[in-house]
Design a protein around this ligand. Sequence first.
Ligand code: UT7
Length: 349
Amino acid sequence: MLSPLKIENQGTVAPKWTDEVTIMRAAGIVGLGSYVPEKVLTNFDLEKLVETSDDWITTRTGIKERRVADAHETTTTMAIEAAKAALADANISAKEVDLIIVATVTPDYFFPSTACQVQHAIGSPKAAAFDLLVGCTGFVYGVVTACQFVQTGSSNCALVIGSETLTRIVDWTDRKTCVLFGDGAGAAVIAPVPDGKGLLGFDLGSDGSGGPLLKVEAIQGCCMSPSTIGLNGRPTIYMNGNEVFKFAVRVMADSTLAAVQNAGLTIDDVDLIVPHQANIRIIDAAARRLGVPMEKIVVNVDKYGNTSAASIPIAMDEAKRCGLMKEGSVVVAVGFGAGLSWSSFVMRM
Ligand code: UT7
């Protein structure tokens, strides 16, 4: 449960925080975890489904395989597993969690929220819980949001989860999109950290004029166009890949630089960049724009494809486990995607 903030309401004047809540403290990631389904779908498997080839997918995207949720795996069950792994990594009990944010574009239900189901399953009595929908940038938005609560003292321990079952909303007859996406979940525990560590800066933004470039329509009979209805009559992903590609290269570089500047650092101070894993060519092009060598960039798109809001926490978790991301490392996480939207944070681990 979040402690109620006392706000001195001054009528037309913006609310002023009382002394009780002006106490700011550093907040950052203290634990990471992830979960991916066991079932692997390779490019060679896809060759049997649509007119494509391992060579095309590999050279155009860098993807070799992706994970596909089995019947028993859902956005919620994967979120729960990732959350438990992150709490174990942080050595924190679920009972201490007072805020749960789940970033997803593939919830099992419109309501109840995935976050409320996670709250019940892991056993975090009365934690505040809500879902956040910002496409592939959702996890970074969630971490920045959770840090604001922890920094002000409103939350002492937050869980931020990105979880997706995108393979359930792709049109398996559309080779332009079905080869790109995969399923999985990643989670981070956000808590107070020593001064100088944790969130140092961020950049969040959107440009809704690009909304039609990447979309899944929601309510059948409301605004659905034939191009976005799959064979099973359910809405599927539509993407104008070329336009999103150009947008992604530009914002990945621009947003990284904006967050680094916001943190009072330069790009040379950054030890590691964890980008949204959509396409190796986007990552390559943005790295060149930034003048950052690929050794400083975490890439696992080859193994999982694009897992939307789950891609960054899965990559962060792997980077930590394989020793790429160390105690004291200055890390940038940068996302881009539907909205259109972008987001990045700079964190000293
Ligand atoms: O997470 C949200 C953010 N999403 C992204 O960042 C995705 C951004 N976009 C991309 O990654 C790329 O634009 C794609 C991977 C989606 C497409 O790559 P591209 O190099 O832009 O290919 P294209 O769409 O320009 O297509 C080139 C050709 C076309 O054939 P023609 O018209 O030149 O004869 C396509 O029909 O490749 C064809 N094509 C394929 N061929 C074999 C498209 N998909 C496939 C496929 N296999 N799977």
